[in-house]
Design a protein around this ligand. Sequence first.
Ligand code: FAD
Length: 233
Amino acid sequence: MLGGMIHKNLHTELVVESLNAETPNHWSILFRRPLNFQYEAGDWMDIEFAGQELRGGKTYSLSSSPTDSDLQITFREGISELKKALQGTRPNDRFFITRFGNDYGFQLKKNQSSVLIAGGIGVAPFRSMLKEMFDNGDKNKVTLIYLNQNEDFLFKDELDMWSTKLPSLSVIYISTKEINRKKRERLMRSLIKNANQNFYISGPPGMVESNEHLLIDMGVQIRNIRIDSFGGY
Ligand SMILES: Cc1cc2nc3c(=O)[nH]c(=O)nc-3n(C[C@H](O)[C@H](O)[C@H](O)COP(=O)(O)OP(=O)(O)OC[C@H]3O[C@@H](n4cnc5c(N)ncnc54)[C@H](O)[C@@H]3O)c2cc1C
């Protein structure tokens, strides 16, 4: 893992535009982009609902791209106070960004080949990176390996469209429901032929850790692995 942590404390108002169902258990919220709010694909933000300290995980990756006119977060449904507020949000509701940042250089390196490994909702920051890559017409080779517990892959229509139009981008969907750990590891080994690339892993901590160990076992240098671990799941 490379790089340090870059965190900024803020009190920036976010106004909701819409709440959109992505799958039966996932939602996205579109916010009006605050004036002069600059960020990079792979960044996360801590949010607060209308200035209230609600219980629940407050860190969300930006699933929007810096090239998008709005900000977007995408989350798995939940039962905490904050999740209930997120799921019940209406246009013009107000949130605040209290912090935002990026850990360990979780940013796609342009002009180098990369493999992105997503576990479930961990695809959120990769949506940001790939949308930016598509909008800018970047030609670096990128492979997204998207592991999910069922067939409800988030952003599938967009990912399919971007990979059809960008020959340098490929997306491999793996539904892990029917396969055990050994079979999944064998599959990953067969998909990753070149250990000498940049690797990014994003998802719940257990998934991130097991894939990090697998990559190291396959000969990937630790300095070429960057992780985004979604604590709270
Ligand atoms: C850097 C970083 C980036 C992150 N990015 C994202 C992101 O983009 N999207 C995202 O969703 N999260 C993201 N997270 C995680 C997020 O911050 C929360 O920790 C996570 O969503 C859990 O939310 P919660 O604590 O409010 O719990 P909840 O989601 O409410 O869950 C609380 C508990 O209840 C269980 N539970 C949930 N739903 C049900 C149900 N229907 N029935 C019974 N039990 C249930 C859960 O398994 C959990 O044990 C990120 C975390 C980090 C650190």
